[in-house]
Design a binder for this molecule. Structure first.
Ligand code: CP3
Length: 347
């Protein structure tokens, strides 16, 4: 067993401490905006093979840590390894995003391989073990998975976009969506537990399309309910490992999501105003939420906005992050500047 140092700032904040300046890391901090990523990416035939090669995935995970000294490494992988592991066909087409064979009927759900999410993704756990060995004892390691309804939406529609097929199925056959989401919640739970056992200090659930669930009843049914089960099952086995929930686009519903799911911390998108983040801090630690477009632009406006987020949330548990992933054309120097700006607050 490895030692999990209690003094990792990110873990301490997730457990309720306040740091000034706050710990900082970024959604999609490893990826195409980094020249060193693009170089390794060329060594692999496709994106999924890259995720499935632990030596390469570990090096990519460490690239932003080495370059910027961020407080956390997030393991390099993707939310769509779950359907891939469960036996669905998943392909990433160059520059076009993911494509899956659309899932439409009950037989497709029955055919899903429940154990595959962990068993066919063992390379992810190997990546975590490799990264763990390289990190110093102040830098946290984050594992992750997609939220069940977000994964389900990609599986039903077969690609990202407006998710028309998913919305139609929610209306025409909600019971079928329930069954799929329940299967995915179990798979996600298994994958999060396996990542914790491989060395993750915290795990994040990316429910990127929670915002599709416009009505309160469907948000409860397909976002809050399954997330509550995932959080409960993870807590039962590893009560001290924080689970960060990210129901992107949840707007007014972030508070009830935090209260009802029992997540240890909330990641919020860039549409959540500072005052609302402050209110959320009375429920749990909050992570976010600079607009990635502001990071892309960089300069004085970025520095001012970053300082106002840090100062506005000071005194309660806050982790500095973006509201969504780093945009591909972002100059790495802007990211370095942002880390310096956050770290110079409170000095
Ligand atoms: O944050 C990190 O640095 C860790 C790695 C990570 C990736 N995907 C790598 C990736 C994480 C946490 C994800 C999560 C993910 N994947 C989400 C949730 C967060 C969000 O963005 O809303 C979603 C919806 C996906 C599905 C996915 N994967 C899409 C829609 C795409 C295509 C869009 C794009 O940016 O290219 C991917 C591909 C992907 N995942 C890339 C990376 C670095 C680009 C692949 C490449 O190099 O060609």
């Amino acid at each position: 067993m490895f030692v999990r140092a209690a003094e990792k700032p990110l873990v301490a904040v997730l457990q309720g401490s306040a740091y000034n300046p706050p710990p900082v890391w970024f959604l999609r901090q490893a990826g195409r905006y980094l020249p060193e990523y693009r170089k390794l990416r060329r060594e692999s035939p496709d994106f999924l093979s890259l995720c499935n090669t632990p030596e390469l995935a570990a090096r990519i995970t460490l690239q932003p840590v080495d370059r910027f000294g961020v407080d956390a490494a997030i393991v390099f992988s993707d939310i769509l390894i779950v359907p891939h592991g469960m036996g669905r066909t998943v392909r990433f087409l160059e520059g076009e995003g993911p494509f899956l064979t659309p899932l439409r009927c009950e037989a497709d759900i029955d055919a899903l391989d429940a154990d595959g999410a962990v068993e066919r993704n063992r390379s992810l756990m190997e990546t975590l073990r490799l990264v763990r060995r390289e990190l110093d004892d102040r830098t946290a390691l984050i594992g992750f998975a997609g939220g069940p309804i977000t994964i389900a939406a990609y599986m039903i529609d077969g690609s990202g976009g407006e998710f028309h097929a998913t919305k139609r199925l929610m209306k025409d056959d909600p019971g079928l969506v329930d069954r799929l989401v329940a299967r995915l919640a179990d798979a996600v739970t298994g994958l999060l537990l396996a990542q914790i056992e491989a060395g993750a200090d915290a795990v994040q659930v990316f429910d990127s399309w929670a915002g599709l669930l416009e009505e309160s009843a469907s948000f409860d049914r397909w976002c809050i309910g399954p997330t509550r089960r995932i959080v409960g099952s993870v807590r039962e086995v590893h009560p001290r490992i924080p689970v960060i929930g990210f129901p992107r686009g949840a707007g007014e519903r972030y508070a009830q999501y935090a209260r009802k799911t029992g997540v240890h911390a909330l990641q919020v998108d860039q549409d959540v105003p500072l005052g609302a983040m402050r209110d959320l801090q009375s429920i749990c630690p909050v992570q976010g939420n600079l607009d990635p477009g502001i990071l892309l632009a960089g300069g004085d406006m970025m520095r001012r906005r970053a300082r106002s987020i840090v100062m506005g949330l000071e005194g309660s548990s806050h982790i500095f992050n973006l509201g969504h992933g780093i945009i591909k054309d972002t100059p790495p120097s802007h990211v370095a500047d942002l880390v310096d700006t956050v770290r110079s607050c409170g000095k």
